[in-house]
Design a protein around this ligand. Structure first.
Ligand SMILES: CC(=O)N[C@H]1[C@@H](OP(=O)(O)OP(=O)(O)OC[C@H]2O[C@@H](n3ccc(=O)[nH]c3=O)[C@H](O)[C@@H]2O)O[C@H](CO)[C@@H](O)[C@@H]1O[C@H](C)C(=O)N[C@@H](C)C(=O)N[C@H](CCC(=O)O)C(=O)O
Ligand SMILES: Nc1ncnc2c1ncn2[C@@H]1O[C@H](COP(=O)(O)OP(=O)(O)OP(=O)(O)O)[C@@H](O)[C@H]1O
Ligand SMILES: N[C@H](CCC[C@H](N)C(=O)O)C(=O)O
Ligand SMILES: [Mg+2]
Length: 488
């Protein structure tokens, strides 16, 4: 069993009251999960402050308290540690408790507004196909080899994260691929992890509710690359305006990818249609199953990272050419009678929506209508709502505004904020239907032969979160049911 002293190794400490040579059962950041002998770390959050739950944690048996501000009354039976930063301490302590699993495998982190799940998932599939036992931490699911572990976050809290990495090490994984969200960087969920590489996909409008300004969002993303060690690689997208900014202060080996200019990993799209992409990568022409220019970027990022991890270029391209994308990302079905193409995609930012609709435009032979069903999540960036609405309306013939995950908000109020983004001359393209099933049904009703329907925003999600309750909902399943029902 580890002692408190063991797991405090490398933690910035201001003061200690009590004995650190005591056994610790587990570190915990949530008082509700504290058990006898645990070390409770009081973290200041967005909604509340973990310091308020110190008494509760002690009542539940906590043997040690790690906090930024010491309580006024200190008990003799408990060890108190005043840390510089409790959130950072929780990452480092979780690493120490689980024997720093990130040091025992090659951990690659992917950050950026869009493409993280796609890049991490394809890397996981590629390396698995190349014969390595691998781990994956992603929005859709976590995975250790063939074992799927449901995910609650894009990047888990530091304790779950290190526990998962430790399981990966125990089960013999050599590589782990993970998404690094900006929330996770900011909340120090990745503190203490050792990365073998970091990948930057792109940065566009999202999460301004949390980061407040775009500059701050950029700064937070960049801090991930600033923290990488010299032994790691950093791979950046040269075609993104902030691609080079991410490299400014990193000690890691720098590499670039691009579709437009000279780069370490340069691609050129030769064909882009519903059967996939044909891309020239270096000197090789390769067919990929993934669709759309944005996926050409994701594939280049995967290819570059695999090569930087020491894999053979030709072998990687051969394996990649057969790989499929992540669930709920540009997945399509074609209706039996009218050959309506219905696409389910996780576009939940203005840029993602713009890219997906540009890809759809490219697939059109000319006469087909594009009908988009889209909503915006509640308790998230409100500034993106009118922008997403404008993008959807501008690039579609008909648009149906509906609910995404309203969470604690009034779904109709979210839709009103979306409607405000539509220019007057395009208003007649738009209908608003709050019920997502009805919205999808209306899109299918409106669709004629060979028309294209885009159902955006929820991708792989199997639920709709309304007022704290997750109701089962699956865009793809609803589309299939409605198409059958309407005999399309
Ligand atoms: C806004 C946000 O990121 N919140 C995360 C944050 O919670 P918080 O700051 O609200 O925590 P809080 O409720 O104020 O509590 C503060 C501290 O007191 C503790 N506490 C609280 C209550 C109690 O009774 N006892 C107790 O000890 C809490 O465990 C916490 O340590 O820390 C929690 C523990 O790590 C996270 O679960 C929680 O994620 C919430 C649920 C969430 O929805 N986060 C989303 C926005 C998110 O993180 N998304 C990104 C992806 C975004 C993207 O990819 O586009 C992600 O990585 O998933
Ligand atoms: N490289 C890219 N550039 C721009 N848009 C992309 C890119 N890759 C994917 N997208 C769009 O963004 C959506 C989300 O993709 P993905 O799930 O891979 O991103 P993510 O960064 O993991 O998102 P999240 O922040 O929710 O975790 C896709 O469904 C697609 O519409
Ligand atoms: N990881 C993103 C996913 C958004 C998906 C969309 N369906 C929504 O609920 O807003 C977030 O937490 O902001
Ligand atoms: Mg993701």
């Amino acid at each position: 069993m580890k002692t408190l002293r063991d797991i405090l190794y490398n933690v910035g400490i201001r003061a200690v009251h009590g004995n650190t040579d005591i056994p610790v059962n587990a570190p915990a950041i949530d008082s509700r999960s504290v058990g006898p002998g645990d070390a409770f770390i009081a973290v200041k959050g967005v909604h509340t402050d973990g310091h308020q739950y110190i008494d509760k944690a002690i009542a539940q048996g906590a043997a040690a308290i790690i906090c930024e501000t010491l309580p006024e009354i200190l008990l003799d039976t408990v060890t108190y540690v005043q840390a510089d930063n409790s959130a950072t301490a929780s990452g480092i302590m979780a690493g120490n408790f689980y024997d720093n699993p990130s040091h025992k495998l090659q951990l690659v982190g992917v950050t950026g507004t869009n493409g993280k799940t796609t890049i991490a998932t394809i890397l996981f599939r590629l390396f698995s196909q190349l014969g390595y036992h691998c781990g994956l931490l992603s929005t859709v699911q976590n995975q250790i080899g063939d074992t799927v572990i449901p995910s609650t976050h894009t990047t888990p809290d530091p304790i779950s994260l290190n526990a998962l990495l430790a399981r990966m090490v125990e089960e013999g994984c050599l590589y782990a691929f993970m998404e690094v969200s900006s929330h996770a960087i900011h909340q120090q969920r990745i503190a203490g992890l050792k990365f073998a590489g970091g990948i930057f996909s792109n940065i566009t409008h999202d999460h301004l509710d949390y980061h407040k300004t775009f500059d701050e969002y950029i700064r937070v993303k960049k801090s991930f690359f600033d923290s990488l060690p010299a032994s790691a690689f950093v791979l950046t997208n040269l075609d993104d305006k902030r691609g080079m900014v991410m490299l400014q202060n990193t000690k890691a080996r720098k590499a670039t990818y691009s579709l437009r200019t000279l780069a370490d990993f340069k691609g050129k799209i030769l064909e882009n249609n519903l059967t996939g992409l044909i891309m020239q990568v270096g000197d090789t022409e390769v067919h990929f199953r993934l669709i759309g220019e944005f996926n050409a970027y994701n594939l280049l990022a995967v290819y570059g990272a695999a090569v930087l991890l020491g894999q053979d270029k030709a072998t990687v391209l051969r394996a990649l050419s057969n790989t499929q994308g992540a669930e709920g990302r540009f997945e399509y079905i074609v209706s039996a009678h009218d050959q309506i193409i219905a696409i389910v995609d996780y576009a939940h930012t203005p840029d993602a929506l713009k890219n997906v609709l540009a890809t759809i435009k490219n697939l059109r032979k000319g006469h087909e209508q594009v009908i988009t069903v889209v909503g915006c999540g509640g308790d998230r960036d409100t500034a993106k709502r009118p922008v997403m609405a404008a993008v959807a309306t501008d690039s579609s013939d008909r648009v149906i505004f509906t609910s995404d995950n309203p969470r604690s908000e009034d779904p109709d109020a979210i839709i009103r904020e979306m409607e405000a983004g539509v220019p007057v001359h395009q208003k007649k393209r738009v209908i608003s239907i709050t019920d997502r099933r009805e919205a999808i049904k209306t899109a299918v009703t409106l669709a004629g032969k060979e028309d294209i329907i885009l159902v955006a925003g929820k991708g792989h999600e199997k639920y709709q979160e309304i007022k704290g309750v997750k109701h089962p909902f699956d865009d793809k399943q609803v589309l299939e049911e409605v198409m059958r029902l309407l005999d399309k």
